[in-house]
Design a protein around this ligand. Structure first.
Ligand SMILES: Nc1nc2c(ncn2[C@@H]2O[C@H](COP(=O)(O)OP(=O)(O)OP(=O)(O)O)[C@@H](O)[C@H]2O)c(=O)[nH]1
Ligand SMILES: [Zn+2]
Length: 336
């Protein structure tokens, strides 16, 4: 990975040479001009596992970063011991500008928001068709979070060997985003990975979903054996198994074809941070019906044009119910 030889701090120096004209004064010395660039793969109790070139190294945040926390997916600048050897610790001195942030709150009334992943451009919403039962409300919430963060949604329906996807596809298959259905058999013969991979090329995809839906199984099927060594390294470096960590984990696909980010299973996807007026964007099937709405319609009020529009048969009434439910519960605690 490139070094930060072109960092702007250096340009400062050229424009402002020291008194003697040869050496920069110490107070305008470039900050960490020799920092290496890396990506945060996972975070565990203040220790960040980063990929620098092809090495997996452990790092901590430098004090100068203050309260700003680096999260999985962040591009960072690091200094210090970059050997990746046991008991070494590098320091993260800079977090580069993020292209996106995926946020969630534990509950809608919980103002404490965590950033799940930085710099993702796609959100794979993983739902099992059974065991655990699919939860359309959770799908809707993930869709809202995706649209709010500017991520492309991808719906992944797992465990089709246990139940049919027909009912869910009636509601979600018609929407304007891609979906994939996978089964145990397709996981085993490689078809599941092949189908899902078609949507991953060149992208950084965060996989989210309820606990037990099969995210980790799928991510493992997507990441080829030789890349899994990275996971091995991560576990070796952090000294913990995958299932004891509460952080997301980023893994590279083969041939630099993109990144997959496994995230811990959730029971809810709080949307405290999302402006209610933006919720409608996650319902592209209903959005055209809002044309007849009064100005600044909340879509949860008597004058809302959606009722009549849905009655005319333009969209599934269940979807309007979902929207209303999401809007009315957004401010309250909800477990789904
Ligand atoms: N029948 C069936 N079982 C599956 C399928 N995919 C995954 N499973 C099983 O579902 C269980 C949960 O899978 P995981 O991959 O651990 O689920 P997860 O979403 O990562 O769960 P968390 O780690 O809690 O977030 C495991 O026992 C898997 O073997 C599938 O397509 N069909
Ligand atoms: Zn309305």
């Amino acid at each position: 990975m490139r070094r930060y030889s072109k960092h702007t701090d250096e340009d400062d120096i050229r424009q402002r040479p020291g008194r003697k004209g040869t050496r920069p004064r110490t107070n305008i010395r470039p900050k960490h001009e020799d920092a290496a660039s890396g990506m945060v793969l996972t975070v565990d109790r203040g220790r960040l596992t980063c990929l620098v070139d092809d090495r997996v190294i452990l790092a901590m945040k430098a004090r100068e970063l203050g309260r700003k926390a680096a999260v999985v997916g962040d591009r960072v600048a690091l200094v210090g011991d970059m050997s990746g050897k046991k008991d070494t610790l590098a320091r993260i001195v800079r977090i580069e500008e993020r292209s996106s942030v995926l946020r969630r709150t534990a509950d809608d009334d919980d103002p404490y928001e965590r950033i799940v992943v930085a710099n993702a451009d796609q959100l794979a919403i993983v739902t099992a068709l059974a065991d655990p039962e699919p939860r359309p409300r959770l799908i809707d919430r993930c869709l809202v979070a995706a649209f709010d963060a500017g991520l492309k949604p991808l719906l992944v329906l797992t465990k089709s060997d246990l139940a049919s996807p027909d009912k869910l596809l009636e509601a979600y298959g018609a929407l304007d985003f891609p979906y994939v259905v996978t089964s145990r058999e397709e996981l085993e013969n490689g078809d599941a990975a092949d189908h899902v991979r078609e949507f991953l090329a060149g992208r950084t995809t965060a996989f989210v979903g309820h606990s037990g839906v099969g995210k980790t199984t799928l991510v493992n099927a997507l990441v080829p054996e030789d890349r899994k060594r990275v996971t091995g390294h991560v576990n070796a470096v952090t000294g913990r198994g995958r299932h004891t960590t509460t952080s997301a984990l980023a893994l590279p696909l083969a041939d630099a074809q993109g990144w997959v980010i496994d995230t811990p299973g959730v029971r809810s996807f709080g949307l405290h941070h999302v402006d209610p007026s933006r919720v409608i964007h996650a319902f592209p099937d209903l959005e055209p019906g809002t044309e007849g709405c009064p100005r600044a319609c909340s879509h949860d009020e008597p004058d809302c044009a959606l009722d009549a529009w849905v009655e005319e048969g333009h969209a599934d009434p269940a979807r309007l119910y979902s929207l209303r439910r999401l809007l009315s519960t957004r401010e309250r605690r909800e477990g789904d």
